[in-house]
Design a protein around this ligand. Structure first.
Ligand code: SF4
Length: 264
């Protein structure tokens, strides 16, 4: 499901274009803004770096509508910030001293997420700035947008949407060739049909040989009862029965904090 213009960052882009007819109205390069829902420090809950302290930058807006989306609050609203302002806030949370490399900071790991972070053009200068500062940078994306424009140092966590996500067939097949051995591919599974799709996709494309991790994550039951979860034990049994070289992923933050808590 691709949504029309009129939401979050696309509205911002339309405003920017509308203002670009007049030379006086053209913004300076460093004043072009992005729309941010939240920037916070927490524990990385998923993937091969689960458990590590991490700074999260959540960009506003998404063009998909997964049935079990747990970050719908990032679809709209948000705060306009420049790349420099985002970097300054990340530095503050990470404990990076002025002029110091981020690799020496208390928290050198940053994840760019959303919503869908690749909808906003400023994601590219932001990713470059964070890499240049010395951060280990990860990006979590739906897989619907091409990942190949990102700096090679950025670790891409790329979803492949399954049949019962409500957004099947949205994966950009060009992303397969753009994946590297540093990246991860994630399937969020809500049913046995989703599992079987993920199993076949993993085998067909030999994902386990291409990337650092293939993640199979069961949908966590919605705290307000809007959608059911998939029992992790069931998923574990399916993976073991099929002998799949994949990693069962649980969202650690939902066990540490109340599952409805935002900004963790
Ligand atoms: S792609 Fe991510 S943010 Fe967008 S609807 Fe799906 S789960 Fe939510």
């Amino acid at each position: 499901m691709r949504l029309p213009i009129g939401y979050g960052p696309e509205k911002l882009e339309a405003e920017r274009r509308a203002g670009s007819n007049s030379k006086e109205q053209q913004p300076a390069a460093n004043s072009i803004v992005m729309v941010i829902t939240e920037i916070f420090k927490s524990i990385q809950g998923e993937g091969t770096r689960a458990g590590l302290p991490c700074i999260f930058v959540r960009l506003t807006g998404c063009n998909l509508r997964c049935t079990w989306c747990d970050t719908a609050y990032a679809f709209h609203g948000g705060q306009k910030m420049t790349v420099e302002e985002v970097l300054a806030r990340v530095d503050e949370l990470a404990g990076r001293g002025a002029g110091k490399q981020a690799s020496d900071a208390a928290v050198p790991l940053v994840e760019l997420t959303g919503g869908e972070p690749l909808l906003q053009e400023q994601i590219y200068p932001l990713a470059e700035s964070l890499v240049s500062a010395g951060y280990t940078v990860m990006i979590e994306t739906s897989g619907e947008r091409f990942i190949g424009r990102l700096p090679k140092e950025v670790i891409k966590i790329v979803d492949v949407k399954c049949p019962d996500s409500g957004e099947p067939d949205t994966f950009d097949a060009n992303n397969l060739a753009a994946l590297t051995e540093n990246d991860e591919v994630k399937f969020v599974l809500s049913t046995q049909r989703d599992y079987e799709f993920a199993r076949e996709f993993t085998r067909q494309h030999r994902l386990a040989r291409r990337v650092r991790g293939v993640l199979f994550s069961p949908v966590f039951e919605d705290p307000e009862g809007k959608w059911p979860g998939l029992e992790p034990r069931l998923l574990a049994e399916w993976i073991l029965a099929d002998g799949l070289p994949v990693r069962l992923g649980l969202q650690l933050h939902k066990f540490i904090w109340d599952p409805a808590t935002k900004g963790v």
